[in-house]
Structure formats: C-alpha cells, structure tokens
Write a protein that binds this ligand. Structure first.
Ligand code: PSV
Ligand code: MN
Ligand code: MN
Length: 386
C-alpha cells in the first residue's frame, strides 16, 4: 500500500511550463473576446506566468511563440523573466500566419518559400541563444485540402531536408522538438499527422531531436497513453503539450473533461521513467482561455496536473505487477483504479502549506486582489491576442 507520505518527495521536482499565449486574448473563428487585465506587452505575459508560479510553485518556465512574442532585446526579456522568478522555456516557431505559407512552409515546393520558413527557424534559434532556451518546438500547419493537390511524398523529402538544416544549427544542449497533429488547418492530408511520422523524422535527425505529444491532437478514442509508452521506449518523448479536448483541438483546461485520461497518461510517464528529473520529458501546457480568466485558468491547469501526478504515483506498482503476473485481470484493474479514486486534495493542501505555498492556490488567488489590480492597471495600450 503506497501512501501520500511515500510519494510526497517525488512531487518536489514537478515543473510545468506555461505558454505565453495562454495569457493573451483568444477565441474561435467566431469571436475573440477581450477581457480586462489582459497583458499589453510580452513582459506582462511573463508577469502573469510568474504569478501562476508564485501561487503554485509549479510553473517555473514560460514558453514563447515567435513572432507573437518578438521583442527588440531578448537578453533584457530574459532578465525580466528572471527578476520575476521564472525562466524562458521552449521557443515555438510560427509558419502559419503569413500569406507566403498558404501552401506550406518547410514542405513548400517553391524553394524561396521553403528557405524563408527555414530562416524563420534560424531566427528562433537566435532567440534561444539570447534567452537560454533549450527547446525549439515545431508545429507545422502544412498539408493539403484536396486529393491530388500536392505530392505528399516529395513534401516528406523536403521536410526531412528542412528539418536537417535547422537541426544542424542547434548546439549539443539544445533540442528540436517536433509536434504532430491529426488535421487542421489542412483537411485532406497533413504533413506531420501522427506520432509515427514525427518519430521517423526525429530518428533520421539523430541526437537531440524528439517528439512533442499534444494531448489534443488525436482522433477520438485514441489510446494516448500507449503512444506515451511507445515514445518513451524509443527514447524519443521530448515533451507534452497538455490540454483537454472534446471534439478536436479544443485547447481547454487539462484534466477538465477527462481526468482519468490524464491519470492514465501520467501513470505511463512514471512507469516509463519520464517523470525522473533527468528524463528529458518536458511538461508543458498548450491552452487558451477564451471565456474564463486566464491566470486562474492556468492555476487550475497546473493543479490538475499535480493532482493526477500524485494519484498516478500512488499506484501500488508491486501489487499491480503481481496481479498482472498472476493473470488476475480484475485484481490488477482494481489496484489501478484504487489509486485513481484516491482523493489527494487534502494531503496536497497540507503539503503545499508545509512548503510555504498557499494551501489552496485558487482560493488564495481570488482573495489576493491581484486580478482586480491588473484589471485596473492595465488600461490603455493594446491587449495582446494570438
Ligand atoms: C495548433 O494546433 C497549435 O495548437 C499547436 O498545438 C501548437 O503547439 C500551438 O498551436 C502553438 O503553435
Ligand atoms: Mn500544441
Ligand atoms: Mn493544437
């Protein structure tokens, strides 16, 4: 029987990177809602990320998106982040909002456009050097809408070449992280649609090239935890983009609709060694808060990951292995479910308090008056959106 006290030391090192774009205004193609207190500058987005970290102790890094977060002086931005108690994490590239990329970027048939997309990634690598970031994350919008529109196979060849040229510019400490997504914005074929394609590309690159698993990027009923296990076996699971989905790429609060899926994923991460501090698996959120307030939305998210991590750590692995070995189908299942059904909220609150953190970060944030302060202060200027 594993108790909370047994697993508490393992919660110490948990770190969940938050995305800068979670603090900007976002929406759907129907409407982007503005909200009071939304950051007007990249620095204010970092301040909001730092607030999440202050209330939870869980979010020491903030990911940037280029060019959304382009500033004149990235060394100064790095210092600003450090002054607020956080560091700059993953740099995300963007080849999906420029007219030139209508038919693709890193896969484009026109060498001039493809070179432009490669150069954008080299610019992102410069940002990494200036900010101390170690990961370049590439999500591609590339694909086609109609059968026959594009030569899918030669696009794979061009993609492999583009990735190789980008990867060659990274130093030994930096990584290329390739993210896959089943569909959207392309509706017929997508150039990196699944973990198999992503894995083939990063394996061809060799060292320091890994896969990002975004939990929202799969078909309904996909067994995501199986993909986790498989990528960990291959030593190629680089990071997670956590969020929750009901229909497609909804980017809702992680663990909100299906905490059991999050538990199953985290169990497989722990089982496969991906939760060890030196495993190289980065936990990130990739979410947008269209209608709820953004800072509490992020606080709720990192707490959900922490809660399900604690429950997954509580699985009695010895008893589970014994039951599995004995072919005890229902006994093994019960051992697994016992951990999932364990309410850890009270223990976590006490544990946080013992470390000088608010016992209940959501309540503490609401009571702090911080939201009212930023809503009053941040008038004028232009609210940032993606
Ligand atoms: C688009 O699907 C997307 O949501 C990907 O998940 C990226 O990680 C994110 O945008 C930021 O570029
Ligand atoms: Mn993502
Ligand atoms: Mn997405």
């Amino acid at each position: 029987m594993t108790t909370f006290d047994d697993i508490a030391p393992q919660l110490e090192h948990q770190a969940i990177e938050v995305p800068s774009w979670a603090y900007g205004n976002s929406g759907t193609r129907f409407k982007v809602f503005g909200s009071p207190g939304t950051p007007r500058t990249v620095e204010e987005k970092i301040d909001d990320a730092a607030t999440v970290h202050r209330f939870t102790g869980l979010a020491p890094k903030v990911a940037l998106h280029i060019p959304w977060d382009l500033v004149d002086n990235f060394s100064a931005l790095r210092r600003h982040a450090e002054d607020q108690g956080v560091a700059i994490g993953t740099i995300n590239s963007n080849t999906f909002q420029d007219d030139d990329y209508k038919l693709g970027g890193l896969t484009h048939h026109d060498e001039a456009v493809r070179q432009k997309a490669i150069d954008h990634h080299l610019q992102c690598i410069e940002v990494m050097y200036a900010t101390g970031s170690k990961d370049l994350k590439i999500w591609l919008a590339d694909g086609s809408n109609y059968p026959g529109q594009a030569d899918m196979r030669s696009r794979q060849d061009r993609l492999a070449d583009s990735l190789q040229r980008i990867h060659a510019e990274l130093d030994a400490e930096q990584r290329l992280v390739l993210e896959y997504k089943i569909f959207e914005p392309a509706f017929y074929h997508t150039d990196v649609p699944d973990w198999g394609t992503a894995l083939l590309h990063v394996q061809a690159l060799g060292e320091n090239a890994v896969v990002c698993l975004d939990t929202g990027h799969h078909a309904p009923s996909t067994n995501v935890e199986f993909i986790v296990a498989q990528l960990l076996r291959a030593g190629k699971l680089g990071s997670f983009d956590f969020n929750s989905r009901n229909y497609a790429d909804d980017d809702l609060i992680v663990g909100s609709a299906d905490p059991f899926q999050l538990f199953r994923i985290l169990f497989e991460v722990i089982r496969g060694g991906g939760y060890e501090p030196d495993s190289g698996v980065a936990f990130m959120l990739d979410q947008c808060h269209n209608i709820e307030k953004k800072i509490p939305g992020q606080i709720r998210s990192v707490l959900n990951v922490q809660e399900m991590t604690a429950r997954a750590l509580l699985v009695d692995r010895e008893a589970l292995a014994e039951a599995q070995q004995a072919g005890d189908v229902l006994g093994a299942h019960e051992t697994f479910m016992d951990a999932f059904y364990t309410d850890v909220r009270g223990d976590l609150a006490a544990w946080r308090e013992s470390r000088g953190l608010p016992a209940e970060p959501m309540k503490a944030y609401a009571a702090s008056g911080h939201q009212e302060t930023i809503e009053a202060d941040r008038v004028g200027g232009t609210q940032m959106s993606w």
